[in-house]
Design a protein. Structure first.
Length: 592
């Protein structure tokens, strides 16, 4: 990564590297490659002075360019950085403390303003006490010493990307310098950034998608990146597209929900000032299930503004692969197929006409990036399966990260998996499998014509608006929402209704809670607690008698079994007229 910066300094020192758009509109801050290199060196020298070289720190920054300066400073100084969200609520601070413990650090780099705000807001919070907040935006560039540090090697860890904020169990993916460079190179090969290219990004920089597409890829290609705060987009989606048009951006990515929000805003008449979108060549679509309805609505709404359907680029990726694993080929519109939902649930892929009852639309996530190989594997037997068969997606290639920090057993199981060699159809086995093994993604999908289609997840992660929500966190909130509920009495899962994922929460209660506060109060309190804590709408709170939830012999909730029981109407809700009304299945299940 440091070599990428030095290369840009050598070839285009005074060209603009990054711009921050205040409110998504005004140029509030900018820097050239030379200025970035100088600022990064200053921060690296400061870290070295504090004895942090070779160690780890958290990066807690608001949207803006100081994050970029600090990130490159850490990389220059061989300090492993772990980006985290600026806390606005107590649960955010708890998550940061858990990440700090997992990363074995107490140092948090931030800005002067954020340091003051956090210390004032959480004065008495015990989670803050062990952390040392160090502002980097007050660095005196004239006071840089001649201290130097050994340049990082390609195999050195550059970043810890935390994929889980679930209670007590954060996992830091160890991403090497060579992983970043490889993923940027692969992505650029698939969807090239030419010298005339421009990037616009509103995605959070502490998430892998915002980090890769907003910061790393533009640095690799040597094109300017215009960064805006996520809140600027959420409050007014038109700001994103107005920036794309005004700047003439060629590359800008977002989750599927963002495209849907823009289409809805257009229907309300909020997009009249968007401008010309004809230069937009790469509208990346990922981080959550890609919806055909969202694609169609967006392409139809913005065709009059010059948006080319071939720019829409569904893809698939995950932090364990640095980010991107597959993309729709350049200058080709998304491929949408229709299959039988009934067959899909049985692990088969059968084509179906769109008008057929039970037909289910699936969007291709494209082809593997150059140098990346996919294998679809039966998750139980570990035997590879053929095209048109559903299995777990396994990935290998230069972007696969080193593993989880401090978790050798998990790393061995997830990052170095080997397919079963016998028995199994020899034609399906890789002829020369990677010596270091495959990355098990935990996601389900199938290959058709060499393209990847995602059908679901082995993981229990619930995805809403591009954000991963961990069911154990939601379940704990539900348990604590109502006085008198017993531990381990709730299960949370999502159900796909064909348009979006809906959150379902099932809660067990005994007779005492049934009498006071009563069914309606339980439902209302669970709804409110989850909304306030996680900012998530709950489609349905199902209240059942104690003992109704399916659990293992050790008392652990069986989420997938509970989900299937819900879908089949076998969870008998209290006060339901009949068992068939116990839990209302959504979408196709309702038709069945």
């Amino acid at each position: 990564m440091t070599d990428l910066l030095h290369e840009q300094v050598d070839t285009r020192p005074d060209e603009i590297a990054y711009v921050f758009l205040r409110n998504g509109e005004d140029n509030a801050d900018s820097m050239t490659y030379r200025q970035l290199d100088t600022a990064a060196n200053a921060r690296a020298a400061g870290l070295l002075t504090k004895g942090l070289s070779g160690g780890r720190v958290l990066l807690m920054y608001p949207a803006g360019l100081e994050f970029v300066r600090a990130l490159l400073g850490c990389m220059q100084g061989r300090v492993v950085a772990a980006p985290v969200q600026v806390p606005s609520r107590r649960e955010h601070l708890r998550k940061i403390r858990r990440i700090a413990q997992d990363a074995d650090t107490s140092v948090v780099l931030t800005t002067t303003r954020i340091k003051a705000e956090v210390e004032q807001r959480f004065t008495d919070a015990p989670e803050l006490a062990p952390l040392t907040l160090i502002p980097t935006d007050s660095t005196d560039l004239s006071a840089i010493t001649d201290q130097s540090v050994t340049a990082p090697a390609p195999g050195d860890i550059a970043l810890l990307q935390y994929t889980s904020g679930s209670t007590g169990d954060p996992k830091g993916v160890m991403i090497r310098h060579e992983n970043f460079v490889a993923n940027a190179a692969q992505t650029d090969q698939s969807r090239p950034l030419t010298p005339e290219g421009r990037v616009v990004s509103w995605l959070p920089h502490f998430h892998d998608m915002g980090l890769m597409f907003g910061i790393v890829l533009p640095l690799y290609a040597g094109v300017p990146s215009y960064i805006m705060a996520p809140e600027a987009f959420i409050r007014r989606p038109a700001r994103w597209l107005e920036a794309v048009a005004r700047i003439g951006a060629t590359h800008s990515v977002a989750p599927s929900f963002a495209y849907e929000m823009c289409a809805q805003a257009d229907l309300r008449g909020d997009m009249s000032e968007v401008g010309d979108l004809s230069r937009w060549r790469f509208a990346g679509n990922g981080a959550e299930p890609v919806r055909q309805a969202a694609i169609e609505a967006f392409c139809a709404a913005f065709k009059p503004y010059g948006f080319d359907r071939r720019a829409m680029c569904p893809g698939y990726g995950l932090a364990e692969n640095t980010l991107t694993a597959t993309l729709t080929p350049d200058r080709r519109p998304p491929t949408v197929g229709w299959i039988s939902l009934e067959a899909l649930r049985a692990g088969r892929v059968e084509p179906a006409a769109p008008s057929t009852p039970g037909a289910y639309s699936v969007v291709s996530c494209g082809l593997p990036l150059p140098g990346t190989d996919l294998l679809i594997v039966d998750p139980v037997t570990r035997h590879p399966v053929g095209e048109g068969r559903v299995g777990e997606i396994w990935v290998t290639g230069p972007s696969v990260a080193a593993g989880y920090r401090g978790r050798p057993q998990d790393s061995e199981e997830v990052f170095r998996a080997q397919p079963a060699q016998d028995p199994g159809p020899p034609s399906l086995l890789p002829q020369t499998g990677p010596t270091r093994g495959y990355l098990r993604t935990g996601d389900l999908g199938y290959l058709q014509g060499g393209e990847l289609y995602i059908t679901g997840r082995l993981k229990d992660v619930i995805v809403r608006q591009g954000q991963n929500h961990y069911p154990q966190d939601i379940e704990l909130t539900a348990e604590q929402a109502v006085p008198g509920l017993h531990l381990n009495c709730a299960v949370a899962f999502s159900v796909d209704d064909g348009q979006r994922e809906q959150l379902i929460v099932v809660v067990e209660i005994d007779g005492r809670v049934l009498r006071d506060p009563g069914l309606d109060a339980v439902r209302d309190q669970v709804h409110q607690a989850i909304h306030e804590t996680h900012r998530l709408p709950v489609h349905e709170v199902v209240v059942v008698r104690r003992g109704a939830l399916l659990k293992t012999s050790s008392g652990k909730i069986q989420r997938q079994a509970c989900k299937q029981a819900y879908l089949k109407g076998r969870l008998v809700a209290l006060n339901s007229p009949s068992p068939s009304m116990a839990a209302r299945p959504l979408g196709q299940e309702a038709q069945e």
